[in-house]
Structure formats: structure tokens, C-alpha cells
Design a protein around this ligand. Structure first.
Ligand code: RB5
Length: 148
């Protein structure tokens, strides 16, 4: 499984910790940032989102200070369902019920130990389909039913 990962300065240290830890078991496409110097989260959210939506990566992980900006930005990429998760249950449900394809984490919210458990749950849980697939179809049709 190929994982696209990105972070801004507030997520940089957690990104590095995950790369050295659980992500060492996976093929990783690292879209930066590559230092703790201040930068802008949408750049990384769009890069990771495009990689996942385009099939270059299977799943994505994005980290900023809270995970909020990354989830907002990544979800603007067509085909991306980004989920901000702060615990293992949310990560499992994001995959099982929402078929989320990008996990967002808050580097100023959770520590590396919990982040690793969340990532593990996200990467190892499958989408359940069934009634949840119907809801994703509705999501794709959008509030006006025309995909817009
Ligand atoms: C950067 O200070 C911070 O605003 C950013 O990492 C993120 O938390 C935004 O949602």
C-alpha cells in the first residue's frame, strides 16, 4: 500500500515521527514540508489530495496544528473524503462508514503514541459498503443533486 503524506510546520515533527515509526512499514510519498519553517497548509493538502484522487497513492495522511485546515483544504479536491480523527474509534469509523481516503491529524492536539494507533486503525480498516455506499453517493451528488 502506498501512502501520501504531508504536513505544515505545525505537523512537521509528528510527520517525521510517523515516518520513522509505523510508516516505515509502508511505501511513502512525502510531499513535505521538510523543515519546521513556517509555511501554508493548503499547499500540502492539495498535493496529497491530488496524489490520492489521481491514484498515485492509495491513502493520504495530512498533519497541521489542529488537523482542521488540512481537512478543509483536502476535501476541496474532487474525490477526496478527508477525516480529522482524534481517537482510534473515529479512525476506524472514518474508513468503515465514510470510506475516508485521507486522514487528518493535529500535531498540536495529539502525541506520537496516539497518532500511531490512529494511523494503524486507519490503514487497516476496510470500507463496509452497503448502506454506507448509498450515503457516499448522496455526498458526491452534493446539496443540489448535480455534483456541484
Ligand atoms: C498554523 O499555525 C496552524 O494554523 C495550522 O497548522 C493549522 O492548525 C490550521 O488549521
Amino acid at each position: 500500500m502506498k501512502i501520501a503524506i504531508g504536513a505544515d510546520h505545525a505537523g512537521y515533527h509528528l510527520k517525521e515521527a510517523l515516518r520513522e515509526g509505523i510508516l516505515a512499514e509502508y511505501e511513502v510519498l512525502d510531499f513535505g514540508t521538510h523543515s519546521p519553517e513556517r509555511t501554508d497548509y493548503p499547499l500540502y493538502a492539495f498535493a496529497v489530495g491530488e496524489a490520492v484522487a489521481g491514484g498515485e497513492a492509495d491513502l493520504g495522511i495530512l498533519i497541521c496544528g489542529t488537523g482542521i485546515g488540512m481537512s478543509m483544504a483536502a476535501s476541496r479536491v474532487p474525490g477526496i473524503r478527508a477525516a480529522l480523527c482524534t481517537n482510534v474509534y473515529m479512525a476506524k469509523m472514518a474508513r468503515a462508514h465514510n470510506d475516508a481516503n485521507v486522514l487528518c491529524l493535529g500535531g498540536r492536539v495529539i502525541g506520537p503514541g496516539l497518532a500511531e494507533e490512529i494511523v494503524r486503525a486507519f490503514l487497516t480498516t476496510a470500507f463496509e459498503g452497503g448502506r454506507h455506499a448509498r450515503r457516499l453517493e448522496l455526498l458526491d451528488r452534493g446539496p443540489r443533486g448535480n455534483g456541484g
